[in-house]
Unconditional design. Structure first.
Length: 359
């Protein structure tokens, strides 16, 4: 797998794609997925995984696309990954779609038109994703016979499709996910879904389809203990009950100092103070408030334990790294089924679980 790094000018992307298409007439393309990180993990491990398998069976050359720090999502599915060295494309004001006002966060139905680097985790750029008009027009101009459309997701509400064919669904049905040999494909129609599960729409478990239609690929976890521990200190303005409690953070700091464990600390949008100590290492791998998850994955792979919350970073650690995971959540519900990792609910349970892992 090769990574090609480009600037954030959409025309650079166009010229590169023209070259690749000439070199590989059988080129298949996977566009990026924007929105909540946890659901991106689910979608890359299910829908993109299935699309990639279909392309391999057709002996097609697969090119994936992402913004900086997200190549880990694609490297197992693609021959080439195009990585924009920014969090979004540059744009002209006249190219913007109707912009979303700061006060109109809910309902979160459509992605943001331009990058947002503020601290509000409820902003559409963080929750739903990012759409660039010129980029989507380029995808149409390229007339790709095999393409996985740009996808936007927030919780169970999903949007996908080309610029002029955006669709949304609570159940991942009736969505045109892309094209295979110039034919649109989808998971299933709405009628097929309700007939399959013998359900009426108003009583449907909105997350059911994710569970039934996914085959996750877990990485083998480190079996030999080392002195490296990773923690993602979730501290955002979205779903505050899922943030890592201060008591657990302080207890973890004290444990690592006393037991000479190296703790690699990833801070969220709202930072917390970290004491200066040779065993506490703050990992500030961000650009314009967006995490560089490629760096996060590298450090987790070298660590024995990952500690986090019911959040997207924990899904990445669970399904893309070798770290053994310990997760916090007092209200564990859907995630228990999709990400069944050991759970702690207090600082005492956390320290006991760490001790058990090392002894």
């Amino acid at each position: 797998m090769t990574i090609i790094k480009i600037d954030n000018n959409p025309e650079t992307f166009l010229e590169l794609m023209k070259t690749l298409k000439n070199e590989h007439p059988n080129l298949a393309f996977i566009s990026h997925i924007g929105g909540e990180i946890g659901y991106k993990v689910i979608l890359y491990n299910s829908l993109v995984y299935q699309f990639s398998n279909a392309q391999r069976q057709l002996n097609n050359f697969i090119v994936g696309f992402c913004f900086i720090g997200n190549t880990f999502f694609l490297k197992h599915y693609c021959d080439i990954v195009i990585e924009v060295q920014d969090i979004a494309f540059t744009y002209k004001e006249e190219e913007l779609l109707d912009d979303i006002k700061e006060s109109e966060y809910f309902p979160l139905r459509f992605p943001s038109n331009k990058p947002y680097i503020g601290l509000n985790a409820n902003h559409p750029f963080y929750r739903v994703g990012y759409i660039n008009q010129r980029y989507e027009l380029i995808l149409l101009e390229l007339e790709l016979a095999n393409v996985f459309f740009t996808y936007y997701c927030t919780s169970h509400f999903n949007i996908t499709g080309s610029l002029f064919r955006l669709q949304s669904s609570y159940y991942l049905v009736d969505l045109l996910l892309g094209k295979i040999n110039n034919s649109f494909f989808q998971i299933m129609t709405r009628n097929e879904f309700f007939n399959k599960y013998h359900l009426i729409e108003k009583n449907t478990d909105e997350n059911l389809l994710f569970i039934d239609e996914i085959s996750f690929k877990n990485f083998t976890k480190n079996t030999v203990a080392n002195d490296n521990i990773v923690v993602w200190v979730r501290n955002t303005s979205h779903a505050l009950h899922r943030n890592l409690p201060e008591s657990c953070v302080i207890a973890l700091f004290e444990y690592c100092i006393q037991n000479k464990k190296h703790l690699y600390i990833f801070l969220d949008l709202h930072k917390i103070p970290v004491p200066e100590n040779e065993y506490l290492h703050v990992c500030d791998f961000r650009i314009k408030n967006q995490p560089l998850f490629d760096e996060f994955v590298k450090i987790c792979n070298k660590s024995y334990l990952y500690i986090g919350c019911d959040s997207g970073s924990s899904y990445i650690a669970s399904y893309y790294t070798k770290a053994n995971c310990l997760l916090y959540n007092e209200q564990w519900q859907f995630s228990l089924r999709t990400n069944p990792q050991p759970i702690f609910k207090s600082k005492e349970e956390l320290i006991a679980m760490i001790d058990a892992k090392y002894n």
